[in-house]
Design a protein around this ligand. Structure first.
Ligand SMILES: CC1=C(CCC(=O)O)c2cc3nc(cc4[nH]c(cc5[nH]c(cc1n2)c(C)c5CCC(=O)O)c(CCC(=O)O)c4C)C(CCC(=O)O)=C3C
Ligand SMILES: [Fe+2]
Length: 366
């Protein structure tokens, strides 16, 4: 059962679903962020390439339905709603509907960093503060970062091995294939990675978790194929001014290097993305696919976890465990994960600190 929670919110980034929504969405995402106009125009083109529609919202609506079904199938039906930071339904409106809660929040990123965790908590904090001021406070809790959730890792691994099988089956001489497995995640500024996770843990929680998963996938692929498969992690979707260092190598540069080293078959594992976003549709399936074609590389992208049943069941287990811990009961599943509430120094950004929800002490909002 999900007691004490009265609803579950899937909190995501949001995206445009019509051409006229593209620029307002991009302005909202980058407000006060110094992203150059040329970069905005370039990113707008990625969206217009797909009729102004990002796949992200439809994917999240499908996940909301899948979660609601799974909760009901476990005998604990509960209201599950989508909320977004940067497009409708906006998080402030959704929380206003669900107040006083308590509301259990599930972020659509399993990884710790400012952009993938704290920024979401800040937007929750802003909404909660406004509701408090209006005399209709809401109580919030969230599930912990879930990169180490066994069901997530198992689902990712299975989808990668499926792609590996497909790539080799497509090779004219599978035994002669020069195969590489490249895991890919969204790049972030190196200073943001240095500040990722609790400061007491030394930072770099983002790149560490992604490197660990990439290594595990390389091992699984080696076992599955009987080949040597090196751990390999590249990054995509870099933005911001060129003089600011971001995590590297970029996936396009990595493909160049692999081609030069004689690799002819690449499986891309989009491990930084839990569903198909514009980054996956454009940066990987369009740009990286074009580059691979130019280089004569056979490229197969593994599916994102999306609404994979094992993954959905894992998220439901995680929510049930979080509810048990909120009731003061044992929740063994949480033992292998970071705390659900973040310390005040978690994922600090260089921007002025904003109060963030789901924090342990100072900075506590709800
Ligand atoms: C780590 C990370 C995730 C993964 C975690 C998560 O899933 O949240 C993520 C997700 C997403 N990022 C997205 C879109 C954008 N991100 C931008 C900009 C940035 N992202 C950053 C990082 C991340 N971003 C950073 C450090 C910036 C620059 C500074 C800033 O502005 O904070 C910009 C501005 C233009 C540009 O500079 O590219 C856009 C349009 C979409 C929606 C896609 C769709 O519509 O399908 C999604 C899911
Ligand atoms: Fe982003």
């Amino acid at each position: 059962m999900l007691q004490p929670f009265t609803s579950v919110v899937l909190l995501s980034f949001g995206g445009p679903e019509a051409p006229e929504e593209v620029m307002p969405f991009l302005r909202r995402v980058t407000a006060g962020r110094g992203v150059p106009d040329e970069r905005l125009a370039e990113v707008a083109e990625h969206y217009h390439h797909f009729g102004g529609v990002s796949p992200i919202n439809a994917q999240n609506r499908a996940l909301v339905d899948a979660l609601a079904h799974e909760f009901a199938a476990r005998g604990c039906p509960i209201l599950v709603r989508l909320a977004n930071r940067n497009s409708e339904p906006y998080v402030a409106d959704v929380l206003a509907d669900l107040a006083p809660g308590p509301v259990l929040v599930l972020l659509t990123s399993p990884f710790q960093s400012y952009s993938s965790c704290r920024q979401y908590r800040e937007d929750l904090g802003l909404a909660a503060t406004a509701l408090e001021a209006a005399g209709t406070p809401v109580t919030l809790a969230k599930v912990p970062p879930y990169a180490d959730l066994p069901a997530f890792r198992a689902a990712v691994t299975r989808l990668v091995l499926t792609a590996v099988d497909a790539a080799l089956a497509d090779h004219p001489q599978p035994d002669a294939a020069r195969l590489a497995l490249v895991s890919v995640a969204h790049s972030i500024p190196t200073v943001a990675d240095a500040a990722a996770g609790p400061a007491s843990a030394g930072g770099h929680a983002y790149s560490r978790a992604l490197n660990a998963l990439a290594s595990e996938l390389a091992e699984a692929t080696a076992r599955h194929t009987g080949r040597d498969v090196a751990p390999d992690l590249a990054w995509c979707s870099r933005s911001g001014p060129p003089q600011v260092p971001w995590l590297e190598p970029d996936i396009l540069d990595r493909l160049d290097e692999l081609a030069a080293a004689g690799v002819d078959t690449v499986v891309l594992a989009p491990i930084g993305f839990v569903s198909d976003h514009m980054e996956v549709a454009y940066d990987l399936d369009t740009e990286a696919a074009d580059r691979a074609r130019e280089l004569g590389i056979r490229l197969v992208r593994a599916a994102t976890v999306g609404i994979d049943p094992e993954y959905v069941a894992g998220l439901v287990d995680l929510a049930l465990a979080r509810a048990a811990s909120a009731r003061g009961e044992d929740a063994p599943l949480l033992a292998g994960l970071p705390p659900a509430e973040c310390p005040p120094d978690c994922c600090r950004s260089q921007r002025p600190a904003r109060p963030a929800a789901c924090a342990t002490e100072a900075g506590h909002v709800a």
